[in-house]
Write a protein that binds this ligand. Structure first.
Ligand code: NAP
Length: 278
């Protein structure tokens, strides 16, 4: 990860474990081509114990920026010298950027990525709506504040481990009407938007919630992405949901926000999203 000194091309990458299947090099490669930026973007598979040493070496060697994925987002928040307000709120960083003075800035673009997909790509209006988030992990911490910015009527965080949902909700309570509960405490009426931010989709499972949460006007969104609907989205459609969306748009939009932070240029996301969705 070190040894980049002296290269002419600005160095970027994604650090995670495992990271081999990340689509980020492909996405940033398309962004670079589209915006005529010369850069290299690589995968860095780094074990948690090596994170600080490897990332320090990357930046000491002239690296310009890193995306950070599971399990390193909290470690990246501790590593950065300064945090953007949204990274501070999330206590998780998915983007590190070298600054002119040599310091490292930490940002979290996951939430704005989701919001841009929901509002710009999918055309949803969330002001006054009732939003249910399933899961209370790192991804949820990144999306709560940007969703509250859209002025929903209420935002419920429900998690398999109820206390975790309550703790996360309490930490955002000064920003808007957010509460936490367990899956079995979810109010049994249709929600306007249900976001699956659990890791259940990664192993073919789905959160065990009441079908009463899904109605004819409910839009369901899974942060996971792939070429088949997740178990959650298939279930939601079978229960009569109005729409079901995988997390491809969030993935591309969060990457575009990182690219903008690093290069000062905002790539067009539509063509990249079309390629990825196939
Ligand atoms: P995380 O911090 O490990 O949190 C995992 C969450 O999932 C916890 O709330 C956990 O509940 C819950 N969970 C795990 N297995 C479950 C199951 N079988 N049933 C119900 N709940 C379960 O993970 P994360 O970083 O938040 O990531 C969550 C998901 O978001 C992943 O699929 C990730 O790939 C995706 N993601 C997508 C994007 C994108 O750009 N599209 C960006 C970020 C993340 P407990 O607390 O009870 O253990």
């Amino acid at each position: 990860m070190g040894g980049e000194t002296g290269t002419e091309v600005d160095q970027y990458g994604v650090v995670g474990h495992p990271v081999a299947r990340s689509r980020s090099p492909f996405i940033h490669g398309l962004f670079a081509k589209q915006t005529c930026q010369r850069l290299a973007y690589r995968l860095y598979d780094v074990m948690p114990d090596d994170f600080v040493m490897r990332v320090t070496g990357f930046f000491a060697g002239g690296g310009r920026g890193l995306n950070v994925t599971v399990p390193h987002k909290p470690a990246a928040a501790a590593f950065a010298h300064t945090l953007t307000p949204r990274a501070e709120q999330a206590r998780a960083v998915n983007t590190l950027a070298a600054q002119a003075d040599g310091s490292i800035l930490g940002d979290n673009t996951d939430g704005i990525g989701l919001v841009r997909d929901l509002t710009l790509n999918l055309g949803l209006v969330l002001a006054g709506s009732r939003v249910l988030i399933l899961g209370a992990g790192g991804a949820t911490r990144g999306i709560v504040a940007p969703l509250l910015d859209l002025a929903p009527d209420s935002l419920m965080i429900a998690n398999r481990t109820a206390d975790r949902a309550r703790v996360v909700a309490a930490s955002f309570a000064d920003l808007g009407p957010v509460k936490g509960c367990g899956f079995h405490e979810i109010e049994a009426h249709p929600w306007d938007l249900v976001v699956n931010a659990t890791a259940a989709s990664l192993t073919g499972g789905r959160p065990d919630i009441t079908p009463a949460a899904i109605g004819a006007n409910t839009i369901c969104y899974d942060l996971a992405y792939g070429h088949e609907p997740t178990a959650f989205l298939s279930w939601a459609l079978a229960e009569g949901a109005a729409g079901a969306h995988l997390g491809w748009g969030m993935l591309v939009e969060q990457a575009a926000e990182s690219f903008h932070l690093w290069r000062g240029v905002r790539p067009e996301t539509g063509p990249v999203l079309d390629v990825l969705k196939g």
